[in-house]
Design a protein around this ligand. Structure first.
Ligand code: MN
Length: 133
């Protein structure tokens, strides 16, 4: 069975690119365009990984991550923040909010697969241990 990745992203181009790359690498992809929808979908489908844009309308990614972590069923789910912020402090904020790690925007098609592989393997593989995060 394919593993499912939920992408919470309001930018159509970013969503399209990430979806394309992940599907090509054997993942099932679901998507939400804002935080409220993303939280509801995550609670419903319990994805194997959540790719979370930090700059979202209304509820930002930090608040989304905190809300996701309140669901015991999603406690161990890797949440990978997608952030264009350059400041190291902003990266730390994503971890403090409950994210497992982060990927820099814009998504680089040459390195995206390897970055995602730090947190999840396609069907047949095993998840990495996230305990050091
Ligand atoms: Mn955005």
């Amino acid at each position: 069975m394919k593993k499912t990745i939920l992408i919470i992203e309001d930018n159509e181009q970013n969503l399209y690119l990430a979806t394309f790359l992940l599907e090509r690498n054997g993942f099932e992809v679901e998507s939400a365009r804002d935080g409220t929808e993303g939280i509801a979908m995550a609670n419903q489908i319990k994805p194997d990984l959540i790719l979370l844009d930090i700059q979202l309308p209304e509820i930002d990614g930090y608040a989304v991550a905190r809300a996701l972590r309140q669901n015991p069923a999603l406690k161990e789910t890797p949440i990978v923040a997608v952030t264009s912020y350059a400041m190291p402090g902003d990266r730390e904020r994503t971890i403090e909010a409950g994210c497992t790690g982060y990927i820099e925007k814009p998504i680089n098609p040459d390195t995206f697969k390897a970055e995602i592989a730090k947190y999840i393997k396609p069907a047949g593989g095993t998840k990495n241990d996230n305990s050091d995060c």
